[in-house]
Design a protein around this ligand. Structure first.
Ligand SMILES: *[C@@H]1O[C@H](CO)[C@@H](O)[C@H](O)[C@H]1NC(C)=O
Ligand SMILES: *[C@@H]1O[C@H](CO)[C@@H](O)[C@H](O)[C@H]1NC(C)=O
Ligand SMILES: *[C@@H]1O[C@H](CO)[C@@H](O)[C@H](O)[C@H]1NC(C)=O
Ligand SMILES: *[C@@H]1O[C@H](CO)[C@@H](O)[C@H](O)[C@H]1NC(C)=O
Length: 344
């Protein structure tokens, strides 16, 4: 029996090892230069910011500290650039591009037990989206598990120290955006579904998209995307069901604006602008309510704003296909040998 069982065990280990390739977790300091074959940008991004950066690390932390995926150059649709899009962030320090001030005209952050999500509106032509482009979906899976953008990493401190978020989804068009990063410790993967790419923000992430307000709230989790009671909608079915209800939220804090000091550059926004350290203190966050304006703090168990805190080092067990093959072969040989010896 062990003779039969051990090769099976070895194969299982191999399969698990192969799967681990997909769930490798990094933090920004220890990420390799690139994390996926065929990646156009990089994950070793340094500090400061750079309007020509090809950094593909995005952060979803607070209403003043989040990033969106958008094209690295002008003139192409989201659909044509989804593999190569780069991170555009509200805050300097990550080595990414900055979202120019005035671009985001409304943003709403909600933290639920299952995810952190930011939804909003803006003039996203400032970050290379074509006017009237209805855009598309960027998510952790992409076409083959490598993500779109390929090699994209998302980090958040919403669920503890800053850590990579494996499951996330987002949409962007010329005037609307949404990004949701799912809590790794919750069984929330059906809340970061990526299988309804043509249905956009408001269908996939029913939430507040109003203009002229910047707020963060705690809230209930949405219903799983595409699941209506006992029936599951499959993309492509003739009738698209209504969007699910906007989940309720509470304990909101509002700000009159968000900014970082980066102005919109006339013409191409891809001209290089350097700045080693644009400190967070240049953020002009204005509280429009009686609640405190500094620093952003959510109730315990929700967002603790610790941008760029040194994250927990997670395990790394990644194999590219060549290594996986060798590993699998060795496991099989070892399994057979041990299996052959044990009965003696
Ligand atoms: C900005 O990013 C571009 C693209 O990665 C790079 O070539 C350039 O050297 C960077 N500039 C600075 C000042 O870091
Ligand atoms: C968006 O911004 C661009 C560049 O700043 C500007 O030319 C355009 O008029 C703006 N569009 C809208 C709808 O405000
Ligand atoms: C996790 O899944 C279980 C079983 O499907 C469900 O009862 C529970 O509510 C889920 N928890 C969350 C946080 O979604
Ligand atoms: C959206 O946010 C605005 C500003 O905070 C608020 O007045 C409005 O009630 C919110 N709408 C929904 C649907 O939550």
């Amino acid at each position: 029996m062990p003779y039969i069982g051990l090769p099976i065990l070895a194969s299982l280990i191999s399969v698990l090892g192969f799967h681990a390739g997909h769930i490798t977790a990094y933090n920004p300091e220890d990420a390799p230069y690139q994390t996926q074959p065929g990646q156009s940008g990089y994950n070793q991004c340094g500090t400061g910011y750079n309007q020509s950066s090809e950094c593909q690390n995005a952060y979803v932390n607070t209403i003043q500290d989040f990033c969106l995926w958008a094209p690295p150059y002008t003139g192409s649709t989201v659909g044509d650039t989804e593999q190569v899009e780069v991170a555009w962030c509200m805050q300097s320090g990550y080595g990414t591009r900055l979202i120019p001030d005035g671009t985001i005209t409304g943003a709403h952050l909600v933290v639920t037990p299952d995810y952190i999500q930011i939804t909003g509106v803006g003039n996203l032509t400032n970050i290379n989206i074509l006017a009237n482009d209805l855009g598309g979906e960027l998510d952790y899976y992409g076409a083959s598990g490598a993500g779109y953008p390929i090699g994209a990493l998302v980090f958040s401190s919403a669920f503890g120290p800053l850590a990579q978020i494996q499951e996330w989804t987002s949409f962007i068009s010329y005037n609307l955006f949404c990004i949701r990063a799912c809590n790794p410790s919750s069984n929330a993967s059906n809340l970061c579904q990526y299988t309804y790419p043509t249905l956009g923000c408001e269908w996939n992430m029913p939430a507040n998209y109003s203009e002229g307000a910047f707020d963060y709230c705690v809230g209930d989790s949405a219903e799983p995307i595409g699941i209506y009671g006992t029936s599951t909608f499959s993309a492509g079915q003739p009738t698209t069901p209504r969007p699910q209800a906007i989940p309720s939220s509470s304990s909101c804090t509002s700000y009159s604006t968000i900014s970082n000091g980066q102005s919109v550059l006339s013409g191409a926004v891809t001209s290089t602008s350097t700045g080693e350290t644009r400190s967070a203190s240049t953020l002009s966050v204005v509280s429009s309510s009686s609640t405190s304006s500094t620093p952003l703090q959510c109730p315990p168990g929700y967002v603790t704003a610790r941008p760029r805190a040194n994250g927990v080092i997670s395990f790394t067990m990644s194999f590219d296909s060549w290594e996986t093959l060798v590993f699998m072969s060795l496991s099989m040989v070892l399994g057979c040998l041990v299996g052959g010896i044990l009965p003696l």
